[in-house]
Design a protein around this ligand. Structure first.
Ligand SMILES: Nc1ncnc2c1ncn2[C@@H]1O[C@H](COP(=O)(O)OP(=O)(O)O)[C@@H](O)[C@H]1O
Ligand SMILES: O=C(O)C1=C[C@@H](OP(=O)(O)O)[C@@H](O)[C@H](O)C1
Ligand SMILES: [Mg+2]
Length: 173
């Protein structure tokens, strides 16, 4: 199985992805971590030195590489991954994609706690500005996230709930 997690920054893709991979006993990969490992520098350092366009190109390349190399995995993508370079088509064609849908009000607190590690949001340190920015971003990205065949709502989205969702999806397919 290839299971892909998509959703906004702070929605819990990395956290849930680790849990699901452990539960299914398949490798866990995080696209941001792969990129950081290859580049030998952090996400904020890449954004600062090269800009977003470079990051998006590398993100698209690493996605295709990871997919080619891993017939079995749970992959946590970055929040923007499905929205650039036709990446959403790669996801839909090569695995099962789950959209982790979490209310913006919940995202705000989580992202504030780690704002520095997310360069696109680092410029919005106050809560109201960050919330407005996240709402705008979600409006733009929703059309991509909504293409996922599977969706779960943040608070209910546990490893056990996703396992059940997958069983139901696979038996109805
Ligand atoms: N289900 C959850 N309930 C509460 N906090 C969570 C949950 N999932 C993730 N978090 C916290 O939210 C933050 C962002 O989670 P992360 O997995 O890095 O999200 P993403 O990879 O989607 O950006 C982290 O501090 C994490 O501990
Ligand atoms: O939303 C985005 O465009 C981004 C989200 C980040 O991943 P998370 O969603 O894991 O925070 C990371 O890929 C980069 O900072 C860009
Ligand atoms: Mg992540």
């Amino acid at each position: 199985m290839r299971l892909y997690l998509i959703g906004m920054p702070g929605s819990g893709k990395t956290t849930l992805g680790r849990g699901l991979a452990a539960s299914y006993e398949v490798p866990f990969l995080d696209l941001d971590e792969e990129l950081v490992r290859q580049e030998g520098r952090s996400i904020p350092a890449i954004f600062e030195a090269e800009g977003e366009a470079y990051f998006r190109q590398r993100e698209a390349d690493v996605l295709r590489e990871v997919v080619a190399n891993h017939p079995q995995m749970v992959l946590a993508t970055g929040g923007g991954t499905p929205c650039f370079h036709d990446n959403v088509d790669v996801l839909l064609e090569t695995g099962l994609t789950l959209y982790l849908s979490v209310p913006v009000a919940t995202l705000v607190g989580r992202v504030l706690a780690a704002a520095k590690s997310r360069p696109l949001l680092a410029a919005f340190p106050d809560e109201a500005a960050l919330e407005a920015r996240l709402r705008e971003t979600l409006q733009i990205r929703k059309q991509f996230y909504d293409r996922a065949p599977l969706r779960c709502e943040g608070p209910t989205c546990t490893v056990a709930a996703v396992r059940q969702l997958l069983v139901r999806y696979q038996t109805s397919a």
